[in-house]
Write a protein that binds this ligand. Structure first.
Ligand SMILES: *Cc1c(COP(=O)(O)O)cnc(C)c1O
Length: 379
């Protein structure tokens, strides 16, 4: 056996869509990106969505949209992927780490209240592994303190909480379509929001700041002839980046979006089987209390006091594992911002992510569960 930790679930539908892009001979930012944005926007139910080349770019631009003065502070969880906090640094802002809940691994709202100071301008909750942050507690606090809320939804495309799509609780939702995530475009990301006025400028800023629409809007009807001749004209008013999605990625994304609910349900089935398989084990527990009816988890992960030994044990059986995530305050780049977060620094030492990709077979699952049971029996 050789079982991969992550694997994209891709096939004929994606290939057919890419073929259409080839036939059109338009590979860059074009009509397929627009189509993907439209369908994504309808799916999530926001007013505007902007497709990018990554969620890292999405987080960078989402914060940039608010033009916060340099040196203001942004609250981020201690356990997350680096991009949540590097987006803060890209904007010349200061990350303030918030500890996580011992049981769930996501941002602890009580610690958020403790870490808040009046120079905090935004908070980036991360639905880690697809486990939803307690948005019903976070949003009233954010409102009271005038904090902008940018949801990092890199792990929960298609996820819902309290009957509402994740990514629509805060001011802006940022999604990742990197190849390991719930759905993929190879690399890709999406920004969505109901605050059209806030995110509209990002359309130019994802494309080196080039805005063709501004010029069109300022022309009057009797200038129609000039319009024709001036079709090449554009305006650069804002500092932009090269962050756009391209039509090849969007073609893959459209096929993936059409399968997203099905893929999330399949991952939920896999998690159900894992939970049943480890139910009676003494040394291996689920990483957080999975809700068996919650639709969108990115991965299945466990906690074990024998983490390193178990990782090697599984590796020798051909089972790939991972650890999500190394707390950021322990990383050299973020050491200067270390402010405690003792729960995060303790619990991550037990985390192991197991293979839970959509195309995992029953045979592979049973093989992994048996390995976990055998390991546990020896402890
Ligand atoms: C993967 C990930 C990102 C970044 O996504 P990319 O599309 O790879 O840039 C951001 N935040 C979290 C929590 C992630 O896991």
């Amino acid at each position: 056996m050789n079982i991969r930790l992550f694997k994209p679930s891709i096939g004929q539908e994606e290939l057919d869509n890419v073929k259409k892009v080839f036939d059109r001979e338009w590979l860059g930012l074009g009509p397929t990106v627009s189509q993907f944005e439209k369908e994504w926007n309808d799916y999530v139910g926001t007013k505007m969505s902007i497709a990018l080349n990554s969620a890292t770019a999405a987080l960078h631009l989402a914060l940039m949209a608010y033009k916060f003065p340099r040196g203001k502070k942004v609250l981020v969880p201690a356990i997350t992927f680096a991009a949540t906090a590097t987006a803060v640094l890209y904007n010349d802002l200061i990350p303030v780490f918030v500890d996580v809940e011992r049981e769930t691994s996501v941002m602890d709202i009580e610690d958020l209240k403790r870490k808040y100071t009046p120079d905090c301008v935004a908070v980036i909750p991360v639905h880690n592994g697809g486990y939803p942050v307690a948005m019903e507690k976070l949003m009233p606090f954010a409102k009271e303190k005038n904090l902008i809320v940018i949801e990092d939804c890199a792990h929960c495309a298609g996820g819902e909480y309290l009957g509402k799509k994740l990514g629509t609780f805060g001011d802006i939702g940022c999604f990742s379509f990197e190849e390991k995530k719930c759905m993929t475009t190879g690399d890709g990301g999406m920004i969505c929001s109901n605050h059209v006025d806030i995110i509209e400028p990002l359309k130019a800023q994802r494309w080196v700041g080039i805005d063709k629409d501004t010029w069109k809007r300022t022309q009057t009807a009797d200038q129609a002839d000039t319009n024709e001749a001036m079709h090449w004209h554009y305006e650069i008013a804002l500092l932009g980046y090269k962050y756009n999605m391209n039509d090849i990625a969007a073609a893959i994304g459209l096929a993936q979006l059409h399968k997203l609910d099905k893929m999330n349900l399949k991952r939920r089935d896999i998690i159900r089987k894992y939970l049943a398989g480890i139910e009676n084990l003494n040394t291996i527990k689920p990483i957080f209390p999975y809700d068996k009816n919650h639709g969108a988890y990115w991965y299945f992960a466990i906690r074990s006091e024998h983490r390193d030994e178990l990782i090697v044990y599984l590796k020798n059986k051909g089972i790939a594992t991972g650890v999500h995530f190394y707390p950021l305050p322990l990383q050299p780049l973020f050491k200067p911002y270390d402010n405690g977060c003792e729960v995060a620094k303790e619990i991550w030492k037990t985390f192991i992510t197991l293979p839970s990709h959509v195309d995992l077979t029953d045979e592979e699952m049973n093989y992994i569960i048996t390995a976990l049971q055998e390991f546990d029996a020896k402890k």
